[in-house]
Design a protein around this ligand. Structure first.
Ligand SMILES: C[S@@+](CC[C@H](N)C(=O)[O-])C[C@H]1O[C@@H](n2cnc3c(N)ncnc32)[C@H](O)[C@@H]1O
Length: 179
């Protein structure tokens, strides 16, 4: 077996979904915000304009090597597992593609595009304060109605706030408020 070492610039480059979510969060304001699965750090940078504290996490150290160049507080961990503080806002551009296994953590979401997103949202929900908000991006390629139902079962009011049609899928943004 040949083991391939990933190069340092292997991270999810800002794409159509990143820019769509960026448009939706650019006017958010508050004290503390968290970008879960930050990739290049693009969304965390946008949040830095309007939040006193911004934390960015990613499971990929390669991604954080890139994000670290522009984002102060980068932590390599699963979702929000390493965090103990509470946030006003958590954003996440989820890895939502249905897959049998995780080959590429930037995009593979396991069964129906639900397995990894459910775990990430569950972990993030622990660090969102009461009346705090979670904004995530998923897609028509995933079972997004079930993901919304699972998010509601974690104690959120959740609704689709924006959709964007692409050639082969529809991007879906879900805004949730912790009850
Ligand atoms: C679709 S990319 C989005 C990257 C970036 N936020 C953007 O919008 O361009 C998903 C990101 O989530 C990260 N990720 C996947 N599973 C994760 C997990 N369990 N915990 C933290 N980050 C994860 C991936 O490494 C990847 O950087």
């Amino acid at each position: 077996m040949i083991l391939q070492k990933k190069s340092f610039d292997e991270y999810y480059k800002p794409s159509e979904d990143t820019f769509f979510l960026a448009d939706c969060i650019q006017n958010e304001k508050g004290h503390a915000a968290l970008d879960v699965g930050t990739g290049s750090g693009f969304l965390a940078q946008i949040l830095s304009d309007n939040f006193e504290l911004v934390v960015a996490t990613d499971i990929s150290l390669d991604a954080l090597k890139k994000a670290h160049k522009t984002v102060k507080n980068c932590i390599c961990c699963n979702s929000a597992d390493a965090l103990q503080c509470n946030f006003d806002l958590v954003v996440c551009n989820l890895p939502y593609l249905p897959s049998d296994k995780v080959v590429d953590s930037a995009v593979d979401g396991l069964e129906e595009g639900l397995g990894i997103p459910t775990d990430m949202i569950k972990s993030a929900s622990r660090v969102i304060q009461r009346h705090g908000r979670l904004v995530f991006l998923t897609s028509s390629l995933a079972n997004y109605n079930e993901l919304i139902r699972r998010t509601e079962s974690l104690g959120f009011d959740a609704k689709i706030s924006a959709k964007k049609k692409l050639f082969f899928e529809e991007l879906i943004i879900v805004e949730c408020t912790k009850l």
